[in-house]
Design a protein around this ligand. Structure first.
Ligand code: FAD
Ligand code: NAD
Length: 466
């Protein structure tokens, strides 16, 4: 007799485990299958959480060395990398175990192993010892996430040529690191190692970093990172990478055809991620993929098979944990007969460097392209009293509002706690607020959030403190 479930979720990442919990909350008998051996997916195991742990620890290490400027004298500051890594690993363990507890608490059956389709309702689970269990599901949700991509012909050895996974567990601080790709991972992890003492050089294919982000923010961000000591080689294409003992030579060509070689200890390749459908046997049941090999879904996250759904990094859209989580909740509600929904216009993006970068909604470039007339409000942290008080004044808040209606269309921030400040604008946008609504909301003093209020005031040219 097959164990029968009303819903089976394949993948225990932020998309999958959140979906499984919501399905169970809605009364469905639910199973969640995860092959990694621990829950939480890329995000908790080798992504958001370990990277944020190292970003925070390396930031503290960096800041503590500059406290004497502020009248706090301490002795010599030394790095214990092994302990720092232990601290990061502890955060990962606590959180992944926490997810296991949540599944249990919500009565989700957790299967450890690789899930694959036997038929549109039958899923095989193979554990580490190759033992097979077959289960039946009325509805199946594919939430198998994504994996890093390399450059053609170049393989990760996770020591000298590393992906985002290897760069999170280097056992010594490299003297030099070449980062290929100036996106989220390259800039976050480049910042970590730069603060710990590595000479970091970013090789980027385009003429700007963080493609898709508001250009004004992206160029300010690059200026700030340059000041921190990170070097940038823009419009450079990597031709080949040659490994030589424990070193590598990265050969590049710029747009004029000029060659440049970089000799380095470590190369981080962070040029994007690809959807992960390996081992699912989708072809056996005929689940269709799109041109980028993502699982093809309609607006209700349904694939071409009526009982099979997909969410998160394995489908279209930004590869972000909170996008996957929201899709997990939405698809669970749709499966349970409710009207689950995700508003893709208000998904924030945050880069957890120092200062942080955060964005939501439309960029200036997108508004211009769509011929939408807009007003800009800007306010610098230089004029924010809290930022001044603690001497953390880099960056600004920029709000874009419709020229006629004043409705907030987007916001782009670089500065202290930008990743937290963006939430206020997210709520405002969800409620269809105008910039005046934000401007007339009382913000506590002295807080960084007053910079958001002042930027909103500045949309109508009436900021008080600038
Ligand atoms: P995943 O988290 O990839 O989970 C999918 C799970 O499915 C995996 O655990 C995998 O083992 C499992 N699986 C795959 N195939 C099978 C199978 N056949 N059977 C059983 N299990 C299977 N996003 C943010 O929003 N904020 C951040 O700060 C952030 N930082 C990041 C830092 C790094 C270094 C990286 C690499 C990513 C980061 N991301 C961040 C992106 C984020 O991790 C992903 O967007 C998110 O994890 C996607 O969730 P998911 O559930 O779709 O997939
Ligand atoms: P990315 O898409 O953010 O950046 C890739 C960069 O590599 C781009 O700037 C691109 O122009 C460049 N590039 C591509 N091919 C190149 C080549 N051949 N040579 C030189 N440069 C090249 O990808 P990523 O940094 O690998 O991150 C993957 C995804 O993971 C992100 O898109 C994001 O969705 C997610 N992520 C999010 C966070 C966060 O939310 N804080 C952190 C890390 C990762």
């Amino acid at each position: 007799m097959l164990d029968k479930f009303q819903a089976i979720v394949i993948g225990g990442g932020p998309g999958g485990y959140v979906c499984a919990i919501r399905l169970a909350q809605l009364g469905l008998k639910t199973a969640c299958i995860e092959s990694r051996g621990s829950l939480g997916g890329t995000c908790l195991n080798v992504g958001c959480i370990p990277s944020k742990s190292l970003l925070n620890l390396s930031d503290e290490f960096h800041k503590v060395q500059h406290l004497s400027n502020k009248g706090i004298e301490i002795g010599e500051v030394k790095l214990n990398l092994a302990k720092m890594m232990q601290s990061k690993d502890k955060a990962v363990t606590v959180l992944t175990k926490g997810v296991e507890f949540l599944l249990k608490k919500n009565k989700v059956t957790y299967f450890k192993g690789i899930g694959s389709f036997k038929s549109k309702n039958e899923i095989s689970i193979k554990d580490e010892k190759d033992n097979e269990t077959l289960i039946f599901g009325d509805k199946i949700v594919i939430a198998t996430g994504s994996v890093p991509v390399s450059l053609p012909g170049i393989e990760f050895d996770e020591k000298t040529i590393v992906s985002s996974t290897g760069v999170l567990k280097l056992d010594q601080v490299p003297k030099k690191m070449v980062v290929v790709g100036g996106g989220y991972i390259g800039l976050e992890m480049g910042s970590v190692w730069s603060r710990l003492g590595t000479e970091v050089e970013v090789v980027e294919f385009l003429d700007h970093i963080t493609p898709g982000m508001d250009k004004e923010i992206s160029s300010e961000f690059m200026k700030v990172l340059k000041k921190q000591g990170i070097k940038f080689y823009m419009q450079h294409k990597v031709e080949k990478i040659k490994k030589d003992k424990s070193e590598a030579i990265v050969s590049t060509k710029d747009m004029n055809g000029t060659s440049k070689d970089f000799k380095t200890d470590v190369v981080l390749i962070s040029v994007g991620r690809k959807p992960n459908t390996k081992g699912l046997d989708l072809e056996k049941v005929g689940v269709e993929l799109d041109d980028k090999k993502r699982v093809k879904t309609n607006k209700s996250f349904q694939t071409n098979l009526d009982n099979v759904y997909a969410i998160g990094d394995v489908i279209t859209g930004p590869m972000l944990a909170h996008k996957a989580e929201d899709e997990g909740v939405a698809v669970a509600e749709i499966i349970a007969g409710q009207s689950g929904h995700v508003n893709y216009d208000t998904i924030p993006g945050v880069i957890y460097t120092s200062p942080e970068v955060a964005c939501i909604g439309k960029t200036e470039e997108q508004l211009k392209e769509k011929n939408i007339k807009y007003k800009i409000g800007k306010f610098s942290f230089m004029a924010n009293s809290r930022a001044k008080a603690i001497d953390d004044v880099e960056g600004f808040v920029k709000i874009l509002a419709d020229e006629k209606t004043d409705k907030v269309l987007g916001a782009h921030l670089i500065g202290p706690h930008a990743g937290e400040l963006i939430a206020e604008i997210g709520i405002a946008m969800e409620f269809g607020a105008s910039s005046e609504d934000i401007a007339r909301t009382c913000h506590a003093h002295p807080t960084f959030s007053e910079a958001v209020k002042e930027a909103a005031l500045s949309v109508d040219k009436r900021a008080i403190h600038s």
